[in-house]
Design a protein around this ligand. Structure first.
Ligand code: GLC
Length: 460
């Protein structure tokens, strides 16, 4: 019996130890909800991919895609001189589009830093541009009232101690070649570098609202991957939490299992079917998306999404409880090109008159059935339900099970009343599919001049 008790005690100690190791941050669920409240409310942000690759103008992965060496890639660094860079203009474009926060690449996989760093020479202040472009960016975006976030790439294709892995531009074919190439590289030194640079960006630029770390990947037949142990993720996130206790962190440092290791999940270029869950629970999420098929400026890429697709993406994400981080890839001269500018401005046209169905909104409670060809969002504060009409209906429109629930109905864009019909169905239709608990509303025949019109229901 005594033996059993001793074993049990040892077992419990072991469990509590592993749990303690798992915990990165001690925060209650309520505290977390409060910390994330502004971000959930805001729903819509701008992603910015800008670096030396912007000069190539053919994808931010160009170094890897074309297997360039550091020497071959050096031309982009040597010519980095964005003479038209005006981050206030960028911030105004984001704001006009209805975006409330922005996340910029402080360093992408290429290793080039957009900030002045004590720990590398491969930084913006050593290019012909000379200035700390990140500082200008932070100042401009903050001044426009936008929240600021930093993307920082864990991957680094320039640092001499970063081991060659399967994604690296110099990745070879065989294990022996990997060994040979990596024999003088030391990830311990790189881990220190990560910590130092994260410390710099989270100490020298005031309050940072979001940290976007990118990314971890497993080993496969092509070669080695990298994850939590390579990055020293547990220590790294602890450091982040210490430096910026209110910051919101994404989920790509491979510490999903550690409490406090991440705040939201990041479906990339992917429309989720349902609200994403982790261990059975719905989690905060944000989909990041591009206008066209690249994050960095890509001159010849032509698969640009249209205005409607982008609006549906935003509405649909909110209808499933999520955020959208929509990307621009500024040019080597520091401008947002016409295609992106016009896309932003069209989103802004819609947002100006319809943003009430986005900000502060989330998935509608399940009691509200989604009407035909539409998307629902719901504001729990104001108790209003928003019906986004994806395919404009013909005059009468049925809301299933809504009888007795609506105080008032109007179009959102012009606050014009929408009449709820007294009589259901039609005089000579015996079975129109409208039941007792349904209501029928009357819409104008002509679709309002709004890409996706929204009906606002003020509920009882
Ligand atoms: C990917 C890509 C990268 C891009 C990022 C945005 O991880 O490697 O180029 O920055 O996604 O989510």
């Amino acid at each position: 019996m005594r033996k059993v008790i001793i074993y049990l005690a040892l077992f419990l100690i072991l469990i509590s130890k592993t749990n303690a190791q798992k915990q990165i941050w001690n925060e209650t669920e309520t505290e977390k909800t409060e910390r994330l409240a502004w971000w959930v409310e805001d729903r819509f942000g701008m992603f910015i991919h800008w670096g030396a690759y912007s000069l190539a103008g053919r994808h931010e992965w160009v170094k890897r895609m074309e297997k360039m060496s550091n020497d071959e890639y050096q031309k982009y660094f040597d010519n980095f001189n964005p003479d038209l860079y005006n981050p206030t203009e960028w911030a105004k474009m984001a704001k006009n589009a209805g975006m409330k926060y922005a996340v910029i690449t402080t360093k992408h996989h290429e290793g080039f830093t957009l900030f002045d760093s004590k720990y590398t020479n491969y930084k913006v202040t050593n290019t012909p541009y000379k200035k700390d472009a990140l500082r200008e960016w932070v100042d401009a975006f903050r001044a426009e009232g936008l929240k600021v976030g930093f993307y920082y790439s864990l991957i680094d294709w320039h640092h001499p101690d970063y081991t060659i892995d399967r994604l690296h531009p110099q990745s070879p074919k065989t294990n022996d070649q990997y060994k040979e190439l990596n024999k003088n590289r030391d990830m311990k030194i790189y881990r220190k570098y990560l910590k130092n640079q994260i410390t710099e960006i989270l100490s020298n630029y005031g309050k940072i609202d979001i940290l976007w770390l990118d990314y971890s990947f497993t080993e496969n037949q092509a070669g080695p991957g990298k994850g939590r142990d390579d990055w020293g993720s547990v220590e790294l996130i602890k450091l982040v939490r210490k430096l910026q206790p209110e910051i919101i962190i994404n989920d790509r440092a491979d510490v999903k299992k550690n409490k406090g290791g991440w705040d939201f999940t990041t479906p990339e270029q992917f429309k989720v079917v349902n609200w994403p869950t982790y261990e059975g629970k719905k989690v905060p999420w944000e989909t990041c998306q591009t206008f066209s098929g690249s994050w960095g400026y890509f001159r010849d890429e032509l698969t640009w999404k249209n205005n409607r697709q982008l609006l549906v993406l935003l509405i649909e994400s909110v209808s499933k409880g999520g955020n959208v981080l929509l990307n621009v890839g500024p040019t080597g001269r520091g401008t947002i090109d016409n295609r992106a500018e016009s896309a932003l401005s069209k989103i802004g046209d819609w947002m100006k008159i319809n943003n009430r169905s986005i900000y502060g909104c989330t998935q509608a409670p399940p009691e509200f059935e989604v009407p035909e060809n539409s998307l629902l969002t719901y504001n729990p504060e104001t108790n209003r339900l928003y019906i986004h009409l994806l395919d404009y209906p013909l005059k009468n429109f049925t809301l299933k099970g809504m009888k007795g629930k609506i105080k008032y109905a109007q179009f959102l864009h012009d606050a014009s009343e929408i009449l709820i019909k007294k009589r259901y169905g039609h005089w000579n239709v015996t079975n129109s599919g409208i039941n007792e608990n349904d209501i029928n509303i009357e819409l104008p025949i002509n679709k309002p001049e709004v890409e996706i019109p929204v009906i606002e229901l003020i509920l009882k």
